[in-house]
Design a binder for this molecule. Structure first.
Ligand code: 5GP
Length: 142
């Protein structure tokens, strides 16, 4: 499959679709998942147009993983989570539903189960308040 510029994350990158953004640099963008599996579910994407893990040059992938660590640290602090789960699905058979490479950051707590994947939209005001908590932590870290 070749990369399609019609996917929702490409639209978010072009500011043609809204997102509760938490972090941006020259090569990456992070924003709240619109259908979070737990409160604080955040996505980190490269700006490079790759549909999955295998179509991205190593330097862009390295920049993306660096952002996963940076934003993951802020998510962990903002949601006082005892564990952080990082997920990356490459390919429809793996469960991928948006075909622009992304890493999921999922704060985990003992006894708090994950909701179904990509099933139920969260209120935008809730997503914005969660994004603000993460941005506050990023500001503290810098
Ligand atoms: P995948 O299934 O490809 O690993 O993950 C795609 C993720 O994108 C899902 O967790 C889903 O909830 C999220 N998602 C789908 N549409 C939108 C959207 O319009 N905005 C945002 N912020 N997230 C979305």
């Amino acid at each position: 499959m070749s990369y399609s510029t019609d996917n929702i994350f490409a639209k978010i990158l072009r500011a043609e679709a809204p997102a509760a953004k938490v972090y941006e640099d020259a090569k990456t963008l992070a924003f709240m998942d619109a259908m979070p599996q737990v409160p604080g579910h955040t996505l980190v994407i490269p700006k490079y147009p790759s549909e999955d893990l295998f179509g991205i040059p190593p330097d862009d992938l390295a920049a993306t993983i660096k952002s996963v660590q940076l934003v993951g640290r802020a998510v962990r602090a903002a949601f006082e989570s005892t564990g952080i789960m990082i997920a990356q699905l490459s390919g429809r058979e793996a469960g991928q539903t948006v075909f622009h490479l992304h890493f999921h950051i999922l704060p985990r707590h003992h006894g708090l189960e994950l909701k179904f994947h990509a099933r139920e939209f969260e209120d935008i005001a809730v997503l914005e308040s969660h994004a603000q908590k993460i941005r506050d932590q990023l500001a503290r870290q810098s």
